[in-house]
Design a protein around this ligand. Structure first.
Ligand code: AMP
Length: 145
């Protein structure tokens, strides 16, 4: 009945740290592997050869992307997440989150109840879509305004 692989979602919204902390605690409780995903949906995708998954170890000449990578790597380091469990991808958050969860066999996805797209809602649009489309369990951490 326990979880073995928890996928944490990161959107850099105001209460995002709280979602990350919940994930870290649950991973300890269940002795689960922890993965981290951030979907780039707010900066334009450059013409690159490597597809939608951003290689975190390679330098690019895109300053915006490098800044995003630095921020992401700092958080992943702080959470102690293995390098091969870090996912920074281009695309649509709900699709990429559920796709990575399936591909990596995560059995729990953790999202905030709302982030950047759902401030006025009980449940944000990404959270709602992940709940609908994920094939594994989803924990929506209730965030208060
Ligand atoms: P939203 O429904 O978009 O307001 O966001 C709800 C939650 O979905 C956030 O608290 C995050 O956990 C997750 N999320 C939203 N956008 C992204 C994103 N671009 N990358 C990763 N996770 C996200």
């Amino acid at each position: 009945m326990s979880y073995q692989h928890i996928l944490l979602t990161l959107d850099y919204s105001e209460h995002g740290d709280y979602v990350l902390q919940k994930g870290q605690v649950l991973a300890q409780v269940f002795s689960a592997k922890l993965s981290l995903v951030h979907v780039l949906d707010n900066i334009p995708m450059p013409q690159v050869a490597y597809g939608t998954i951003i290689p975190l170890t390679e330098q690019t000449d895109n300053a915006l992307l490098e800044a995003e990578k630095t921020k992401f790597i700092q958080i992943a380091d702080k959470l102690g997440i293995d390098e091969d469990s870090r996912w920074m991808v281009w695309g649509n958050p709900k699709q990429e989150i559920t796709h990575i969860a399936e591909k990596e066999n995560a059995d729990l996805i953790i999202v905030g109840s709302h982030g950047r797209h759902g401030l006025a809602l009980l449940l944000g649009s990404t959270a709602n879509a992940v709940l609908h489309y994920a094939k594994c369990d989803v924990l929506a951490v209730r965030l208060q305004d």
